[in-house]
Design a binder for this molecule. Structure first.
Ligand SMILES: Cc1cc2nc3c(=O)[nH]c(=O)nc-3n(C[C@H](O)[C@H](O)[C@H](O)COP(=O)(O)OP(=O)(O)OC[C@H]3O[C@@H](n4cnc5c(N)ncnc54)[C@H](O)[C@@H]3O)c2cc1C
Length: 443
């Protein structure tokens, strides 16, 4: 059995950050990861002849935690393409125009939908501060949009836009989560949209994850699928699926919320934590990379919200080919290896493109993710967030799922990892103080 001061489970951005902070503070730290790589729901991989982000990608200076980490390691942001052309399909009809004309169409409806974002979230990093959120936390985004009384075309376009943002269906998606996103972007929906899809990390997410790991003295153990955690008054004992055991005084559990109940924890977590994990997150969609023939114009396209792919964007435009990044609300409806199916999905949105190759990763089928970016169902905020942030004895949860600010983003993962590390260090300090007192008393 390996022993240490602290064990961190999960080497996504939350776990990597927590492990760096704790190990740099002088605590012996073991970092356990189920996969054969770090970085969790971000994954820069060589596909379609270039480095493609299969998971989390975009960052922004309004996201303070990830921006500070990039600055710390001298990593710059790269601007994505400026779009010139847009397609959008509403009421069964495809429309074509400039990217500005599409933004204008989305502007009024989004302003109406998000007008109260700062009223409900006056301090966006303290999302539970205003008790009034309880009045609207059961409202679905579908209901909130439908209540605006928009003309049918605008309603459909707005629903497709938010289906993209949730990477999932809107019928159980929390309206409060949309308001939170907008509030952390100072109540400006266009800034929010820019933050979500404009700037990438130079060298990719892998480079930032590796920089955090390199800056840490934690012992990384890959291919360690944690199966059970048992804690008593003194220690925490972790057992992997393969039967290897690790023990420590404190533990940070930085795995996706939707996978939490896969680990047998004794004593069991509170009913609230288990219920939240069983419900999981609303982000259950697809991200697909599609290489098409020809040097295409810089375009974006929205389809109907229920389309297999409801959003397409021309991301890399080369001399002879163009690589598109596409999203859809249901991972089950998109085969990440099927070129013919991708051709049909693309034909429904954009005319005249010939699909050559596709690539992607099904994060919902991935047993160590079970979801894409963490977007909340109704009631998550008021019923579960505070509960999930509460420690269970020697165990603290961390992750983008339970962040206070940009929950659902890389930024939220780093914020939560820092928070868990600070609390864990304080608990380790208390432990040390108690042991010292006991030793002094014994002498
Ligand atoms: C398709 C997609 C697109 C996205 N786009 C963006 C974006 O553009 N910008 C942005 O900021 N964010 C984006 N995100 C979200 C962002 O990637 C995540 O919010 C963030 O990376 C989550 O980090 P985390 O550390 O909380 O969790 P994770 O990255 O999920 O890390 C958890 C780790 O725990 C490990 N684990 C799970 N179970 C076990 C076990 N039993 N034992 C040991 N280890 C285990 C997992 O393998 C994983 O490495 C996107 C995500 C996806 C999937």
């Amino acid at each position: 059995m390996e022993t240490s001061d602290v064990i961190v489970i999960g080497a996504g951005f939350a776990g990597l950050t927590a492990a760096r902070e704790l190990s740099r503070s002088g605590y012996g730290t073991i970092l356990l990861e189920a996969k054969d790589r770090i970085a969790g729901r971000t994954h820069l991989d060589e596909r379609l002849g270039r480095n493609l982000e299969l998971g989390g990608t975009w960052v922004h200076w309004t996201q303070p935690y990830v921006w500070a980490e990039m600055g710390r390691y001298g990593i710059k942001a790269l601007a994505g393409p400026e779009f010139t052309k847009a397609f959008w399909t509403v009421g069964g009809q495809r429309h074509e125009g400039t990217a500005e004309s599409l933004l204008e169409l989305l502007d009024g409806p989004n302003r109406m939908l998000l007008a109260d974002s700062r009223r409900y979230f006056p301090m966006p990093w303290a999302p539970l501060e205003n008790p009034d959120i309880a009045d609207i936390d059961q409202l679905t985004l579908a209901e909130a949009i439908d209540q605006l009384g928009l003309p049918e075309d605008q309603r459909q376009l707005l629903r497709s836009f938010w289906t993209l943002n949730f990477n999932g269906r809107l019928d159980q998606a929390a309206y409060t989560q949309a308001l939170r996103w907008c509030a952390v972007a100072s109540g400006d929906w266009q800034l929010m949209f820019e933050a979500c899809a404009s700037f990438k990390i130079d060298g990719g997410t892998r480079r930032l994850a590796q920089a955090i790991l390199d800056d840490s003295t934690a012992q990384l153990r890959l291919n360690q699928v944690v199966a059970s955690i048992v804690q008593d008054g003194e220690r925490v004992l972790v057992t992997t699926k393969a039967g290897k055991q690790y023990s420590a005084r404190q533990l940070v559990l930085a795995i996706p919320l939707s996978t939490l109940n896969d680990i047998d924890v004794q004593p069991a977590f509170s009913p609230g934590k288990r219920e939240a994990a069983a419900r999981g997150q609303a982000g259950r969609g697809a991200k697909l990379w599609v290489k098409v023939e020809g040097h295409q114009e810089r375009f974006v396209a929205f389809g109907p919200e229920a389309a297999a792919l409801n959003f397409v964007q021309a991301e890399y435009i080369d001399q002879e080919t163009t690589t598109l990044v596409c999203f859809g609300p249901d991972a089950g409806a998109v085969d990440t290896a099927d070129v013919r199916a991708a051709q049909q999905h693309i034909d429904a949105l954009v005319p005249g493109l010939k699909v050559l190759e596709v690539a992607g990763h099904n994060w919902v089928a991935d047993e160590y993710a079970r979801s894409t970016w963490p977007m909340h169902y109704t009631g998550f905020l008021t019923r579960y967030l505070a509960e999930l942030q509460q420690p269970e004895g020697r165990i603290r949860l961390a992750g983008s799922d339970i962040a206070n600010g940009w929950g659902g983003f890389i930024d939220g993962a780093i914020e939560s990892g820092l928070d868990a590390a600070r609390q864990t260090a304080s608990a380790l300090g208390n432990d040390a103080g108690l042991h010292l007192k006991a030793r002094v008393a014994a002498v």
